[in-house]
Design a protein around this ligand. Sequence first.
Ligand SMILES: [Zn+2]
Length: 579
Amino acid sequence: MTTSKDKELIRKLALLNAINYNGKAQFQPVLGKLLTEKPDLKARVREIAPIVAEIVEAVNKLSLEEQESEVKAKWPEALVKERVETEKRLPPLPNVEKYKQVVTRFSPNPDCVLHLGSARAIILCYEYAKMYNGSFYLRFEDTDPKLKRPQLSFYDLIREDLEWLGCRWDAEFIQSDRLPIYYEHAEKLVAEGNAYVCTCKPSDFRKTVLATQACPCRDLPANEQLSRWRKLLDGTYREGEAVVRIKTDLDHPNPAVREWPALRIIDTERYPHPRVGSKYRVWPLYNFACGIDDHMIGITHIIRGKEHLTNQKRQEYMYRHFGWEYPEAIHYGRMKITGATLSKSKIVQGMRDGVFMGWDDPRLATFITLRKRGITPEAIRRLIIDVGPKPVDVVLSWENLYAYNRKIIDPTANRYFFVHNPKKIVVKNVSQTVTAKVPLHPDNQEKGFRQFQVEPENKEASLWISSHDMNIVKKGKTVRLMGLFNVQIENVAKGIVEAVYHSESHEEARKLGAQLIHWIPADTGIPCEVVMPDATIAKGIAEDGCRELKANAIVQFERFGFVRVESVDLKLKVYYAHR
Ligand SMILES: [Zn+2]
């Protein structure tokens, strides 16, 4: 039996699907969505399917306007959500129809943690794979144990970052596991005369290549090349004495493309690889390993920064030697975020010099720091999708990211009072105990209230206010203590503010144009430290209600900013997100 409630749900899903696809709903996605929302119907899919088909057909007979007005009338909130989702579509990828499925990859070197600068590559590759029901791969490019030395801890930290971003990968590859594959391909290139072992001094080689000449190694016979290749592997040559070069056009207009190096020797006795130690001494360089892998693991779409355009030119020579077709390559422009250090080398240098306290230093734009600060992965995702893969450079500010984050956390973050650098205010003429009820969220009273008891002693009430508000509490002025009452300031002396009770209602405050300030009763609250984005600590007292907060909660300290809770015990420790 299909209930009328089920039918109503099917109709809703069909209408939303239709609105998303220009008025035409499709049977399969509607059924899929239905079974996700009501998994108990799976057992009765034979009975349900014809009903879905019937409703989809009925919905498709309506015009788009009729569909929209029905949804607007019955489920207005659903329409808003679906709209937002469609707005965030990425532009289509080229030549998708050429491939059985779209396969993308994110390929970090595990020599550092990930940061906001990596977000674009990760999110675009992941989202495109998802958009086309394809696959998203993670590939660790860890073939430089000397200069860009990988570290074991970063493999896991990178995996954690991707999981936090919600970008689950379908398969994982580690290049240091794949050396035999690179050797096999290198040998083939050498044997077929498409690559050669060059023993020239780097300075000599540079001269010949700039003169568009072949070096003496280039045209040696195949048997000599192969014997050199074996000497490379067996240790006859030492670090710096030989490299394998890929043959290109000697007169390619860009000298950086000519005769590029594919493999070189690294003395792994001195520089052991963290995963495979000294097992290998011949290591592929970036373009070789990356180019072989992209083909071998079936990457169809490479989405990366335009600084890789030259790499494509280099790799295309190798692809032609092998008779392979180069994947589709999409190169996006640079993304700068004013005030954020997005250069990995600068971050690593700062860590080495002790400028930063750790990978979670609040001044860094690492994902570890961003999640400590309460920046949500969804905010990063929306920002990147809106920026998209366009080739022009974009300059963003922290405020851009904060705006996305605010939209996400503002509707749910509970509000609390945090008094930064507390100052005492003594209010006279408070004749009885006053209970202040302040909503946890101004737009959602269903969340409940926080309650404060203000108990006067000899008709005097003592409260904490923030020293930032000392420019508001001026002699003779009336201010409103949020949710409590209005007071008139009588005197400010020696850091203590003396005031007298004025009136209770908010109306009165509005009439008087009294400014609102936050407060907490003296002798209450929990000491609180806020780690600010410049790594300074803002100290103060947070209201008693904050004792109940759990780690990772994102709340708003009213008139101060959004924060994420790091820990609560005798003291509350939070990280500042933004206003
Ligand atoms: Zn040479």
